[in-house]
Design a protein around this ligand. Structure first.
Ligand code: UDP
Length: 310
């Protein structure tokens, strides 16, 4: 069995590469390295079952040999990145998804799309089940990511319905763990790096907004189950345990024994006020639920950052 992972040098892509190699798959990793980091793949570069192809997936994708699966994970994923790379973000979600679907169809491969809780926007239904259609501002700055992923879901379902392509859509909720970039801009990496450096933790707004944080190993387990035995229906994968951003800051300060202060910074435009996955569907269809509590996941992530931060 051979799978292609687009965005293979990214945080999630590289963890997926590891898991599929461990399961005995041949893995082709693809990345244009605009936000991906080759260091994330350094340990598998000599693995006999792994190949890397540096390529932008928004252009025609040429892959030699058979493929059984295509997992489309290429995209800027941190708000800081997609605000800096708005056109690339729209292109990889739209053109890149189209190319990756076309490749899957040509190879007779299963296709899995990395979608996002951002399709729910600033949600008016809480927690968010897959049946909720979302509250997205299409013309706001975050719209480049949200709408690209919504388009990606739509074209994935169109390939499923029109071409009978075997497809999966995972809606990923805030995920954290080793291999996030120190300057990634997302809240967990920002707070840990700030705490370790003794810098103030930057809370955007008053910190009352909530997120539900999933440890990367739990997420990868959910994605593999979805890939192997899930349905074509969009499936939320995330940890339903919800925290305010201020609670997260306090927990990270405690776990790092940091004396950093906390400062408030302006809330980004259209920043969702609440977010929590309803994972009833994943529990039912995949027998999956997360097992790593925030405390434990944060300890592992802090350990990783201690090792890479000067
Ligand atoms: N956030 C924050 N300080 C930071 C980075 C992010 O308070 O240094 C907040 C951000 O405004 C949002 C939440 O943390 O409310 C999660 O942000 P992140 O960028 O991690 O992901 P999002 O869930 O917004 O995509």
């Amino acid at each position: 069995m051979r799978v292609l992972v687009t965005g293979a040098a990214g945080f999630l892509g590289s963890h997926l590469v590891d898991r599929f190699l461990a399961l005995g798959y041949q893995v082709l990793g693809m990345d244009n390295l605009i936000t991906g980091n080759p260091d994330n793949l350094a340990h598998v570069m000599r693995h006999p079952a792994f190949r890397f192809q540096r390529q932008d997936v928004t252009a025609y994708i040429e892959v030699e040999g058979a493929l059984d699966g295509v997992l489309h994970f290429a995209s800027p994923a941190s708000p800081v990145d997609y605000l800096e790379l708005p056109i690339q973000t729209l292109k990889v979600g739209a053109l890149g998804t189209h190319k990756a679907l076309g490749l899957a169809l040509a190879k007779g491969a299963r296709f899995l799309l990395a979608s996002t809780s951002e399709v729910y926007g600033d949600p008016l239904v809480h927690p968010q089940p897959e049946s909720y259609w979302g509250n997205v501002n299409p013309v706001g700055p975050r719209g480049v990511y949200d709408e690209a992923k919504r388009f990606a879901e739509a074209i994935t379902m169109a390939y499923h319905r029109s071409h009978q392509l075997d497809t999966r859509i995972v809606r990923i909720f805030n995920t954290y763990g080793p291999r996030m970039r120190p300057n990634d801009g997302r809240v967990v990496s920002n707070f840990i790096v700030q705490a370790l450096r003794g810098e103030p933790l930057t809370i955007y707004g008053d910190g009352s907004q909530t997120r539900s944080f999933c440890y990367v190993d739990d997420l990868v387990e959910g994605i593999v189950r979805l890939y192997e035995r899930g349905t074509s229906e969009p499936t939320n994968i995330g940890n339903p345990h919800e925290f305010t951003v201020r609670q997260l800051a306090e927990q990270i300060l405690a776990l790092t024994a940091s004396r950093s202060s906390v400062v408030e910074r302006p809330l980004p435009v259209d920043d969702p006020q609440v977010r929590q996955p309803d994972i009833t569907y994943a529990r039912k269809t995949l027998g999956w639920e997360p097992t790593v509590e925030l405390d434990e996941g944060l300890r592992k992530t802090i350990e990783y950052f201690r090792g890479i931060i000067p």
